[in-house]
Design a protein around this ligand. Sequence first.
Ligand code: SAM
Ligand code: SF4
Ligand code: SF4
Length: 371
Amino acid sequence: MAERVIPLVDQRLAALGATLPAQPIAATGLLADTLGRPLRDLRISVTDRCNFRCSYCMPKEVFDKDYQYLPHASLLSFEEITRTARQFLAHGVHKIRLTGGEPLLRKNLEILVGQLAALRTVDGTPPELTLTTNGSLLARKARVLKEAGLQRVTVSLDGLDDEIFRRMNDVDFPVAEVLDGIAAARAAGLGPIKVNMVVKRGTNEDQILPMARHFRGTGVVLRFIEYMDVGATNGWRMDEVLPSAAVRDIIHAEFPLVQLAPSAPGETAERWGYADGQGEIGLISSVTQAFCGDCNRARLSTEGKLYLCLFASNGYDLRALLRGGASDAELASAIGHIWQGRGDRYSELRSTLAADTGTGGRRVEMSYIGG
Ligand code: SAM
Ligand code: SF4
Ligand code: SF4
């Protein structure tokens, strides 16, 4: 059956105002939202563009040659990103992930990496600094990113079969070049490397075992992600989701697995180790097992809107504050106020919400706020 593609309505224009609270909120690193969840993880989208057209994220029918990407002046500059990130760190963020779109398409990204690497958490330590990429430009950029202060990378790769992978990225990009990117990242010291594989039932489930065999014993952590109903354009259907439990069973039948303890609170992936000590895999069950209870992630969009959930419809316009002359204390206060009002838990509510209304309207695209 042909996939249902829903025409895109541009939600990027809709923004919630980032207001300044009457009582300033000092950044103490102890912020909590309405469900008691701290702020620990900041994902920053540095571009809404991508050189791939994965059907689950940026289907060609929508992201075609007429698609209007954000004009350069709308994007936060590196200085604006760094200034904003500094306030997030003061509120308790310990980990920053650069994403997109394809982050390596943003020109001179290593300059931003250098600026972020120089920041400090409330504990006085450098933030954990990582990046998610489709790997296509990694062979060229790995060394310079490492030298600038990037610590790790996560590379997305949906299979080892060249034909399947070329079809999934929909721009005929070969597997071999992504593997070269992973090798370059490893040589540059950007490890431990994680590889993300989105599993779509009927599309690439036969790649689960080849991927497990390939990365087992290499130190690379392979993570399987359930195909999610992000955005409004990918024609998501529940019957195309292969539950993580099924992925685990497929691997366990060939390589026995044992469950491992989470490495950090709010960790998205459930960890499973190979019983023979040949490393571990991760299962990200965003559809079948809600993990909102300790979700400590904030997302900053390419044009400076703060999203409190991957499935949110609207973001808070921090750029208006940045460009409107707000002081650092005011910026921190606004961020604190927004986080204190957060009650988002979409995955937990998914089954009770109508598919398209999500948290109250059409959802934002993943390529815009990043994964
Ligand atoms: N372009 C980069 C990449 O692909 O790694 C970074 C951005 S991408 C939006 C971040 C992650 O989101 C990728 O690992 C991608 O596979 C994942 N992703 C995108 N759409 C998804 C969907 N519908 N369900 C599950 N994961 C998805
Ligand atoms: Fe591009 Fe990443 Fe989305 Fe694929 S998942 S279309 S590589 S942004
Ligand atoms: Fe966090 Fe929203 Fe995902 Fe729940 S659905 S884990 S609140 S991003």
